[in-house]
Design a protein around this ligand. Sequence first.
Ligand code: 26V
Length: 807
Amino acid sequence: MASKNSVNIIKQNIEEKLSRYFGVVPADATQDQLYKAVSMTVVDMLLEQKRQFNAKMKEQNLKRVYYLCMEFLVGRSLKTNLYNLGLVEDYRSVLNEYNVDLNELYEMEPDAGLGNGGLGRLAACFMDSLAALNYPAMGFSLRYEYGLFKQKIVDGWQTEMPDVWLPGGEVWLTPRSDRVLKVRFGGWISQREENGHLVTDYHDDTVIEAMPYDLLISGGGSKIVSTLRLWKARSVNTFDMKSFSQGDYTKAMEKNNDAEVITKVLYPSDDHTQGKTLRLKQQYFLVSASIQNIINDHLKRFKDIRTLPEKAAIHINDTHPALCVPELMRILMDDLYLGWDEAWDIVTRTVAYTNHTVMAEALETWNEDLLHRILPRIYQIILEINRRFMADVWNLYPGQWERINKLSLIGDNHVRMANLSVHASHTVNGVSALHSDIIKRSIFKEFHTLTPEKFTNVTNGIAHRRWLHQSNPRLSALLDETIGHGWYSDASDLKKFRVYENDEKVLNELAEIKYQNKVDFANRLYKKQGVLIDPKTRFDVQVKRLHAYKRQLLNVLKIINLYNILVENPNADITPQTYIFGAKAAPGYYHAKEVIELINYIAKDISMHPEIKAKLNVAFIEDYCVSTAECLMPASEISEQISLAGKEASGTGNMKFMINGAVTFGTMDGANVEICDSVGNDNIFIFGMSTKEVDDLWARGYNSTYYYNNSMELRKIIDRLKKGFAGKSFENIATYLLTSGGIADQYMCLADYENYFEVYKQMDKVYKNKLQFQKMSLVNISEAGRFAADRSIEDYARDIWHLKKLK
Ligand code: 26V
């Protein structure tokens, strides 16, 4: 219920913003102006919370975590903040007075898409939980002018459009011109001794300013906010007056443009490193500004740099911010005059690292020449870190060259960022039990032998208040009715829901909620894309970045088989079902784009065949993003998590589906293993090779033709690919699947196909029994508490960061 007092204040605040910034009264305001005015009033409240937070921090002198990450996929802020502040009803009633629907205002806000996928969304979920749990935290990233591209499908093919998010998103950013810093690039260095200290002089370098913008993140039910500080690059001398006076306008702006390009755009790639100079500059820019900021804060609060490890935990999220290690060394030695050993001791007690992938292509390395050229002092420090490390390792393992080489921070003229991160960190973790185990046996085997105590696991988690409470109000209401509201702050309370697993009334209610959510999603899809899907059909969903290892193609093979069956016999007993895909491909990843094209052509083909469409439908969601996910997760029934075992570090989509009652259909990969453990074999559909079987098969040699020759079904599927859909042949993909060796499908789709289809049939059978399927759904919801980001954050706080909560 809206309280009268609060409503009046809110009304006054909104009207003041409208008048001051747009010179209008509510009746004359556009929706965009209203959205901005409303958002500004919310930012004011967050700033007030932030002020209180700062005051408390001063009083309690607590340790704080600084989370460094190149990506934060925050999504929209207005709705989340209103939910977290408990003000949804108050704002709704004010807006009703203006005849404006709050839901429509939500839609005015662009997604802050400052990330590619799981890595960035995880970072955003963590900020949420840190605030909700009262842990002092600050995130650091870049204020990209363009977020992840907007995806447009043109005749089935992905095209990329710039994501211009700032015009609508900037209201959430508070500029902090009082905290501007400087970052140096290029040039050359000379060194001399002065009063017993080594002094480094820089020559011909370029200095770029880092201007911070703060995005405040509230946590459900808590009174504190986390700050996400986003750095924007700008030139120190913004304008070359001399060139301007001489009429050379382009040159006058040149310096400015060179500097600003650093934070222009997010790299739309999460699968391979390309060794781009600009990306290296982005990484150092983030790291240098953030580390200077952390040290300034620390010295202001505690005066003594030696207490840094007790008061600051610096988190290297994936290797992208790994240069914070030499940067911290540089500042401790060059600016604060510590000796090497003391500086190294501080660094290694302060930083920790999370690995998010074992995909070889994504393990970053930087060419030594490039590093030397762009960051001469940093490169010099890395060499020295490695020299000392190698000397120690040589003492331990004299003559064991292979082992020493694996540990080295440098190899083949490249600096290995993962090795640098592990060597400097006091703790290293993977993101699911399986993944944490795999990194110890594979990419970090030698490090694990050397320092086994460093390695630990923290399984990922999701912001359950956003992904359940806010996204799925119908299910939330049912939970409140049955088990009370405790789950809102303590997700493990969801377990209480399990007592209803045989309660027909509740199971029927669950089914009805799912149906209503499907209707909502179908409406949204129709509104956005003009695509019609039938909410009476089963929604079987695979949404994630498009990558061969995630095997969207395996799902497509299954769909083609169903298609073939229906072509032969339109009366075949097939449950009416809709396959929903959402995926962006890295712009240069041709194969991935072909898979998107294939999905779109199958959808088109089916739409021309009503007799097939009655039972089998395919929809491709254009521009899949956080806000689409918020509507889709509650509407999903089957969650496809079918990566080749050993490749998906964790997955977090799997958790969002689960908490909304979708049942996982997946391989024993990433966090699926723990989901399976939580719900039990009866409440999940597992298929495919285990990691061990995958390794064995790969070692023996994967022979795709073997599967082709032994399965009539597969032959028909591949033939159909060649024959094509809606008049277009997909020969390339057929070749990709069939070639052994060379460019063969490393993710061995054909090897898992047979079992995949077998388990599909089992799933279909279970689905036909409505109550049995709803029971599975209920068990999934009940067991999802373990996958809340709150749990992950408690793990990090206790085992890695050693944080205490603000009182
Ligand atoms: C790597 C690279 C390589 C250089 C080009 C740009 C770029 C951008 C991002 C990445 C990171 C890839 C790692 C990643 O996103 N991993 C995902 O992390 C999720 C959160 O832990 C996890 O659930 C997914 O399984 C994992 O694939």
